[in-house]
Design a protein around this ligand. Structure first.
Ligand code: ATP
Length: 310
């Protein structure tokens, strides 16, 4: 009898362990990559307060690590390695999960662990890419069968940059940034340097005076050059970001970093998004590494990565 009891106990334990194992297997890890804008033009202010833009977005190999685990109990739990980031519905990754759970009436929950490497509020779409990764991850985890277009449609509800983060690679972004046309990217090294100042994207757009802007990028010419696989030297005359006029006026340090980036040997340098991050493009790894090492001595948040060609 006691032999039988022990046998049952063992069997029960084994089954329990298998269930735990299967439960634990329902998880997924995704690298959520950042973007830079290699050209950014603002066309007009719209009735709804947003601006129509035309910009070239290029994904880079700087990424946050996103680990999504299914939980049997409902609810969304966010953990991040940065104590100042929201771990409730204020986190855009939470919003992404909530959107999927509600739309597909999912009874389970998720634990989302975010390890940030992309600097926050930097003009690199750090939050948007986390949201994009959660949408993609849950689509896979729960076999929802959504294609890229459908995922991008969902992403648009969360933010203008989210669809691009789902698409990846390089693209022309129009509308408020959500109308995307994939193009050939630029294959090079990127040194990024974030000034230690705070910039609010909404504020920058509010202060933008379109009638005062004299220099606009020729986006069509840049697309043509990229499609032909022309080098950085050929595209740099159109590497213009009209938002620099606002951000540099308020934070001259952004201009200083651009100058330093060029002094350090970059082929071209520009502010990304509404700033305050400045990037420099390099053909040569050795040159990029030297620039990275020199800039890192001056600015703590300096990175060296490659563009992501998808
Ligand atoms: P963009 O280039 O799209 O304008 P950004 O890189 O300038 O974005 P984010 O890093 O997305 O800016 O951060 C903007 C704000 O969003 C931060 O102040 C932060 O508190 C909030 N936030 C919410 N969720 C996240 C997240 N997962 N990662 C980073 N920031 C987040």
């Amino acid at each position: 009898n006691s032999f039988f009891d022990n046998y049952l106990k063992m069997l029960y334990n084994t089954i329990y362990k298998i269930i735990l194992l299967v439960e634990r297997m329902k998880d997924i890890k995704i690298n959520a990559r950042a973007k830079i804008n290699i050209a950014l033009d603002v066309l007009r202010k719209r009735e709804d307060g947003y601006h129509d833009v035309r910009m070239i977005m290029q994904q880079i190999d700087l990424f946050d690590e996103i680990h999504i685990q299914e939980t049997s109990k409902s609810g969304i739990h966010i953990k991040t390695n940065l104590s100042y980031l929201p771990n409730n519905s204020g986190n855009i990754a939470y919003k992404a999960a909530a959107l999927i759970i509600e739309k597909y009436n999912i009874k389970k929950g998720v634990q989302i662990h975010i390890t940030k490497h992309i600097p926050v509020a930097a003009g690199l779409a750090g939050g948007s890419t986390d949201a994009a990764a959660v949408l993609k991850g849950l689509n896979t985890l729960w076999n929802l069968g959504l294609n890229t277009q459908e995922l991008m449609g969902l992403g648009q509800k969360l933010g203008a940059d989210v669809p691009f983060c789902i698409l990846g690679g390089c693209a022309l972004a129009e509308g408020i940034g959500e109308v995307l046309t994939p193009i050939k990217g630029i294959d090079c090294f990127v040194v990024l340097c974030k000034a230690n100042v705070r910039v609010s994207t909404a504020d920058v757009y509010k202060k933008l005076n379109l009638s005062h802007i004299t220099e606009h990028p020729n986006i069509d010419a840049m697309i043509q050059d990229l499609q032909m696989g022309r080098p950085i030297e050929d595209i740099r005359s159109n590497m213009i970001n009209v938002l620099e006029t606002v951000t540099i006026k308020e934070h001259p340090i952004v201009y200083n970093i651009k100058r330093k980036m060029m002094e350090c040997g970059s082929e071209a340098s520009l502010m990304s998004g509404s700033g305050p991050t400045v990037f420099g493009l390099f053909n040569d790894y050795g040159k990029a590494k030297t620039a990275f090492e020199n800039l890192k001595k001056l600015y703590k948040e300096t990175y060296l990565v490659k563009t992501n060609m998808k």
